[in-house]
Design a protein around this ligand. Sequence first.
Ligand SMILES: [Zn+2]
Length: 318
Amino acid sequence: MRGKTGIWAIAAVTGMALAFGPAAVAAQDQDFSKVQIKVTKVSGNIYMLEGAGGNIAASIGEDGIVIVDDQYAPLAEKIQAALKNLGITDKPVRFVINTHYHGDHTGGNEPFANTGSTVIAQDNVRKRLESGGTAGNGGSIKMDVKPASKATLPIITFEHDVTVHLNGEDIRALHFPAGHTDGDSIIFFPKNNVVHMGDDFVRYGFPFIDVASGGSVQGMIDAMEKASAQLPADVKVIPGHGALSNLDDVRAFVKMLKETSAVVQKALDQHKTVEQMKQEKILAPWEKFSGGFINSDAFIETLYNSLTGHKGEFMKHN
Ligand SMILES: [Zn+2]
């Protein structure tokens, strides 16, 4: 969990690079000194920060700063500097809300906690950070997760939802079970009309669904549909990874998830093996989503395991 030995460095089975996003590079090979933090004003007093790892949302105002996710530990000082450079407040980051436990979203927890921030997350985020374990799609994507340091662990946890009342806004984190992981939260900024979707919504192509950590495609679809239903049509959507988006982008993503799930379900009903599904390239119509991190074959495995309830070690039994 500490920077260059971050959990996403480990790609036990395939050896593929397992940092996220289009420029996927293993964390240990990543030179964080070259990473620059790009700050975009989203709406009102909400900003989006991009560097390496998951997107950060920041509420910056008279009461101080609340951020959603914190990328990697070696970037914490740069993130702090980028927030300060906006010249809006000298007050500190008072709260960090984690959307889920993965190291590219929680890697900065320790340095932020050490400089006075309180980390908040859903119960399962703390549990999985504390225990460590295995993350993956139940197939070729598998990563060992080391138990996190004590300072990385969220101090305040919640089961269903929590609200942080700062900067004149009711910043609400709402848990959606069994999507990207079993500890996902979507964060709503209702006054500013912004939402941070965590990794239930990403722009790098087929999503990583961590079925080994309780994720499922059904839960991801469910989360996106339920969240979208309670959002205004013109809400600004911060994805877990990728460019600032809108609800049309979310709908296109959900449509792809539903269509690809239906195709794999149909193949399952015909008693096809995962190897046959790959050979027949049943996801060819969605080739544009096949990326460096999750390609079509890895997404077939993901959907197969998600729809059949396999949680891991699938490849060994095949
Ligand atoms: Zn993630």
